[in-house]
Design a protein around this ligand. Structure first.
Ligand code: G1P
Length: 296
């Protein structure tokens, strides 16, 4: 199967309709994607990762109660006018540069929680007939360059579909989508020969998980259109990728970086510590506090 010609990846899809029940009561009125890591909402890290990779259009698959995400990427006119009038230039510029250019953010609602595959399918008209990136924003990937920038390099070499993967302890494989690997192109890049969503531990073909970053060809939407529910009774993206694997190449890419699962309390707390220690304006003051807490 020859890889498809590499059309530029211009759009990214963010499924952000999930209820965030693991973060109640915070998520009663705040979308989980708006919870902050240090001082920035989790969703904004994913948007910045896409911008760094040259992606130009941001598609948010939202749901009821997620209006704060749309507001976050809009002009806050009154706030910005006040900041400007008070001479708070740095804060004003930060807000100005961190929002998408007018017309480059689209929002569509997933009306019912039918699964990740269904959420992605809801973006089909906005994405159209071109390859696209997909990010599950809960999976915050600490990497330099960012995970998408690394994946675009692989996509430009190989075409097809690219799935970011990473190793987990074998006893955790039943929580994720798992890949089976074939031909090696280099230590980080392999052909994918199979995938399975949330396998039984003894049936998993490897301990390499699908880590929440994908570059997909638009034919995935045709598979999603008729996808029957799979693991957990949900319409699973992985099942449609398996169907497309019979027709197109899929490459796994072991990115250089660390994932913090911000959909989980421990991962979210760890992300706050790591991103704070990464900030030159915060780390020198935060590190001694952390050392004291830990009795070091
Ligand atoms: C989804 C995907 C799964 C992937 C995981 C990463 O599962 O279906 O393949 O490994 O995200 O977080 P979910 O976490 O939505 O159950």
């Amino acid at each position: 199967m020859a890889p498809q010609a590499s059309k530029k990846v211009r759009k990214v899809v963010f499924p952000v309709a999930g209820l965030g029940t693991r973060f109640l009561p915070a998520t009663k009125t705040i979308p989980k994607e708006m919870l902050t890591v240090v001082d920035k909402p989790v969703i904004q890290y994913a948007v910045e990762e896409a911008i760094e990779a040259g992606i130009e259009h941001f598609v948010f698959v939202t749901g009821r109660g997620k209006g704060a995400i749309e507001d976050h990427f809009d002009i806050a006119y009154e706030l910005e006018a006040t900041l400007k009038a008070r001479g708070k230039t740095a804060e004003f510029e930060m807000l100005k540069t961190s929002r998408p250019v007018a017309g480059t953010a689209s929002f569509v609602r997933q009306q019912e929680p039918l699964g990740l595959g269904h959420a992605v399918w809801c973006a089909r008209d906005i994405v159209g007939d071109e390859p696209f990136a997909l990010a599950l924003p809960d999976m915050l990937i600490h990497a330099k360059p960012g995970c998408f920038a690394q994946m675009i390099d692989i996509y430009e070499k190989h075409g097809g579909n690219v799935v970011a993967v990473e190793e987990v302890p074998h006893e955790h494989v039943n929580r994720y989508g798992i890949v089976a690997l074939g031909q090696e192109f280099n230590a980080a890049t392999h052909k994918i020969t199979g995938m399975v969503e949330k396998p039984k531990i003894e049936e998993a073909p490897s301990n390499l998980i699908i880590s929440g970053r994908y570059i997909l060809q638009p034919e995935i939407f045709q598979k999603l259109a008729t996808q029957k529910p799979g693991a957990g009774g949900e319409i699973q993206l992985t099942d449609s990728m398996i169907a497309l694997l019979a027709e197109q190449d899929f490459f796994s890419y072991r990115f250089a970086g660390t994932t913090y699962d911000c959909g989980d309390k421990i991962g979210y707390l760890a992300a706050n510590v790591v991103y704070a220690l990464d900030r030159p304006d915060i780390a020198p003051k935060f590190k001694p506090v952390l050392d004291k807490i830990l009795g070091r």
